[in-house]
Design a protein around this ligand. Structure first.
Ligand code: FE2
Length: 371
């Protein structure tokens, strides 16, 4: 059963799909009803591949990396056999945390609350002071698994294993499209987080169109050849791409491209010559989200060009501040009584329409299966 508040807003009309030229935007209630917060996490984010972090953090036996994915603490480990495994970072005793740091090294996972100890294969091994507890079998208290996949130097996971489409199908074609650029050869540099007082779907919609660039990002408009800005939509992702404008901008020359990949429902790969920035949009509440920004560069840039890295981050910070400001104002507009549904620019909002169609598909699935 879906929560009644959600069910009543998933009408056939709201869920119907129409081609871009005729479609309305999704109803404002889907952005402002508090019930959609848990629903989006369960029906959308938990059933898709989520970016976790750089594979370089879990290269060797005992390396681990932890994060919170769709509201759930998880930990990724590298086992003795060299396998990647993912677990909920939740002790089966009283729900305590196994890994507290974002990354580190340990040959076992020990709960930081009462010291229950698990092997990296998820089996419970050590249980202090439990001799007099009756009818207790450690085998019943193994960690719950999450699905893990490594791709191009990055780790992805799905917290409902078996529910996401096969990984290779989701990202099919990206490696070929961006060649000769290679993401796997880039090295991780840093992670930034930004809090946004808007529903996560507001942030995603905004990411997916270049329509707002001239007004909201005048400086970015000077870097991109905006007249050539294009959006392609594929089954599970869309791509906005644009040639760069002149030879002396901070990102490269006019012969090179900027690629903005959006992987449904909340992951972005922003690719410029020699640089990758990965974004993950994490819902925090019905009216708040946090965006994670991970930066990767070539080894030459990392070793010898701190100026480029600093300029990249400063400019990205500026664009992000502009986006956060407009998203927070849009959230207020969506909450107002003056707005319900709008329309799309055929030329410049195809990516938003694509996202909203996929969202409707996730919602319809949840309605059909009742969960
Ligand atoms: Fe923007």
């Amino acid at each position: 059963m879906l929560p009644p508040a959600v069910d009543s807003l998933l009408t056939d009309e709201a869920l119907s799909e129409a081609p871009l030229a005729r479609s309305k935007t999704i109803p404002s209630a889907w952005y402002v009803d508090p019930a959609f917060h848990a629903f989006d996490r369960d029906a959308v984010l938990a059933r898709t591949w989520q970016y976790v972090g750089p594979a370089s953090r879990v290269r060797n036996h005992g390396d681990f990396m932890s994060d919170v994915i769709a509201g759930n603490p998880i930990v990724i480990v590298r086992t003795k056999d060299g396998e990647l495994k993912g677990w909920f970072n939740v002790c089966k005793h009283r729900g305590g945390p196994l890994a507290m740091e974002e990354c580190g090294h340990s040959k076992v996972l020990q709960c930081k609350y009462h010291g229950w100890t698990y092997l990296l294969d998820g089996a419970l091994r050590g249980v202090p002071r439990f001799d007099r507890t009756e009818l207790f079998d450690k085998k019943d208290f193994s960690l719950d698994p999450v699905a893990v996949h490594e791709w191009q130097g990055m780790i992805f996971c799905c917290i409902e294993p078996g529910q996401a489409p096969p990984f290779e199908e989701v990202l099919a074609g990206i490696v070929e499209r961006i060649a000769p650029l290679e993401l796997g050869g880039l090295g991780f540099h840093q992670r930034d987080r930004y809090d946004v007082k808007a529903n996560w779907k507001v942030y995603v919609d905004n990411y997916l169109e270049g329509y707002h660039i001239p007004l909201v990002h005048p400086d970015l408009c000077d870097v991109l050849d905006f007249r050539s800005y294009q959006t392609d939509t594929m089954e599970h992702y869309s791509l906005q791409h644009s040639p760069l404008k002149d030879d002396d901008n901070i990102y490269g020359s006019a012969s090179e491209q900027a690629f903005y990949y959006f992987i449904y429902p909340n992951i972005m790969l922003n690719i410029l010559p020699g640089r990758l920035q990965v974004n993950r949009v994490d819902p925090q509440a019905w009216n708040a989200c946090q965006t994670v920004f991970d930066y990767y560069y070539t080894s030459e840039t990392l070793a010898a060009d701190p100026g480029r890295i600093q300029a990249d981050r400063t400019f990205s910070d500026q664009v992000q501040a502009e986006d956060i400001d407009i998203c927070e104002r849009v959230q207020a507009g969506l909450e107002s009584r003056a707005y319900d549904q709008g329309r799309f620019s055929y030329d410049l909002e195809g990516g938003v329409h694509h996202f909203q169609q996929l969202l409707k598909r996730s919602y319809r699935n949840a309605r059909e299966t009742g969960s």
